[in-house]
Design a protein around this ligand. Structure first.
Ligand code: HEC
Ligand code: HEC
Length: 334
C-alpha cells in the first residue's frame, strides 16, 4: 500500500475515534498502573484511551491472536515474543506467506514512552502504529474491518470488549486495546537500576561498574545518545553503519537530504536479549557492535560527529558489554 493511502486511513480513523471519545468508560473499569518508577517520568496516555485493567487484558488477548493475520499463522507475538523481551531474535522478521520484512523487530518494552514509533519515526502513536503490521502485506496482510468481522462472533472477545470499551466500534476497540497492552509493557527492574537509582552498591561487580563509567565517559559518549533512564534520547542519528545508504531511514519521512540514513536511537534496556542489532539486524552480537563503534563507523555522509575511532582496548570493550548486560530485566536473569 502506498504511504498516502496509509496516512489517509490513519487520519480518518483517528478523526472517527476522536468523535467517539466522549463515550462513557464502563463502571467496572479499574485504572491500571504499569509500575513506573518516579525517575522514569510520566508515560503519555491519550485522554480517549485511559489505561485500565480490562483494556490491558483485552489488548493482551489480541496481541497473541493469530486471527489478526491473513492466513491465521501470525500474531503480534510472533515477532514480539515476551520470552525474547518482545523481539524475535531474527535478522529480519517472517510475516504471512513466508515473506520477509525489511527491518529488524525492536523490543516493545517501554515503547509507551516513545514520542514517535518505528526506526524512522513514521508512526506517531501506538494507536496508529497497530495498523502498520496489520496492513503490511509482508507482516499480517489484513484490513481492520476483516479482523473485526472475524472477531465479532467470538463471545469471549465480545465480553472482554464490552467491559473494556463499552459500546465502541470493534475497529477502534482493536487498535486501542493493543495500544493499552503495549503501554503496560514497562521494564525498569534491573541490576543497573538497583545500583544507579536505588543506591545498592553491591548490585554491580567491579567489571560492570568499570563498564558503566566508560559508557558515561567523554571517551565513548555512548550516553549522549543512549541516555538513561530509557537509554535513548529519541533523536534520529546516523551511527555510520554502512556507506552508501541502503535504507533512507528518517529521510523516508522528512524527505530532507540531511536525514538520509538516520534512525531512531534504540533503547538499550534488555539489549542482551534483542540480538541481532541495528535496524537491519546486520550486527549479530554485542562484540560486533562494540567493534563497529570502536572503528568509528563507515564514514557515511550524515554520520554523527560523535561516531569516531574510540581506541578502546579489548578489555574495555568487554567491560562495556558486561555493563550492557546489567540492563536486562531480572525476569530474564536466571
Ligand atoms: C512479521 C513481524 C511483525 C509482526 C507480526 C508485528 N511486528 Fe511490530 N515490528 C516489526 C518490525 C520489523 C518493526 C520495525 C519496523 C520499522 O521500524 O520499520 C516493528 C515495530 C513495531 C513497533 C514500533 C516500536 C518502536 O519502538 O518504534 C511497535 C509498537 C510494534 N511493532 C507493535 C506491533 C503490534 C501491536 C503488532 C500486532 C498488531 C505487531 N507489531 C506485529 C515486526 C512485526
Ligand atoms: C550519535 C549517537 C550514538 C552514539 C554516540 C552511540 N549510539 Fe548506539 N545507536 C545509535 C543509533 C542511531 C543506533 C541505531 C542505528 C541503526 O539501526 O542504523 C544505535 C544502535 C546501538 C545498538 C543496537 C541496539 C539494537 O537494539 O539494535 C547498540 C547495542 C548500541 N547502539 C550501543 C552503543 C554503545 C555501546 C555506544 C558507545 C560506544 C553507542 N551505542 C554510541 C546512536 C548512537
Amino acid at each position: 500500500m502506498s504511504n498516502r493511502v496509509y496516512y489517509i486511513s490513519i487520519i480518518s480513523l483517528l478523526f472517527l475515534s476522536a468523535c467517539q471519545s466522549d463515550l462513557p468508560v464502563p463502571a467496572d473499569n479499574r485504572p491500571y498502573y504499569p509500575g513506573i518508577p518516579s525517575y522514569a517520568g510520566k508515560m503519555p496516555v491519550p485522554d480517549d484511551n485511559k489505561l485500565t485493567e480490562a483494556r490491558v487484558r483485552l489488548g493482551e488477548f489480541l496481541f497473541f491472536d493469530t486471527r489478526l493475520s491473513k492466513d491465521l499463522s501470525i500474531s503480534c507475538a510472533s515477532c514480539h515474543d515476551p520470552a525474547k523481551a518482545f523481539s524475535d531474535q531474527k535478522r529480519l522478521s517472517n510475516g504471512v506467506d513466508g515473506k520477509t520484512g525489511k527491518r529488524n523487530a525492536p523490543t516493545l518494552f517501554n515503547t509507551g514512552f516513545a514520542p514517535d514509533l518505528l526506526w524512522d519515526g513514521g508512526s506517531f502513536s501506538l494507536e496508529a502504529q497497530a495498523l502498520v503490521p496489520i496492513q503490511n502485506h509482508r507482516e499480517m496482510g489484513m484490513r481492520l474491518d476483516e479482523i473485526a468481522a472475524r472477531l465479532e462472533p467470538d463471545e469471549e472477545f465480545a465480553a472482554l470488549a464490552r467491559s473494556a470499551y463499552g459500546g465502541e466500534r470493534i475497529e477502534y476497540v482493536i487498535i486501542k486495546a493493543l495500544a493499552s497492552y503495549q503501554r503496560s509493557l514497562v521494564s525498569f527492574d534491573t541490576r543497573f537500576d538497583d545500583y544507579y537509582y536505588r543506591g545498592e552498591e553491591s548490585a554491580l561487580n567491579t567489571e560492570e561498574k568499570a563498564g558503566l563509567e566508560l559508557f558515561f565517559s567523554e571517551k565513548t559518549q555512548c550516553a549522549s545518545c543512549h541516555t538513561p533512564p530509557l537509554f535513548t534520547n529519541y533523536s534520529y542519528r546516523d551511527n555510520g553503519l554502512y556507506n552508501p545508504y541502503i535504507d533512507s531511514g528518517r529521510g523516508r519521512i522528512t524527505l530532507a537530504p540531511e536525514d538520509l540514513g538516520k534512525f531512531k536511537v534504540p533503547t538499550l534496556r534488555n539489549v542482551a536479549l534483542t540480538f541481532p542489532y541495528m535496524h537491519d539486524g546486520s550486527l549479530a552480537t554485542l562484540d560486533e557492535v562494540l567493534a563497529h563503534y570502536n572503528a568509528g563507523g563507515k564514514g557515511s555522509p550524515n554520520q554523527s560527529a560523535l561516531i569516531r575511532p574510540l581506541k578502546l582496548s579489548i578489555e574495555e570493550q568487554k567491560m562495556l558489554i558486561s555493563f550492557l548486560k546489567t540492563l536486562s530485566d531480572k525476569r530474564y536473569e536466571k
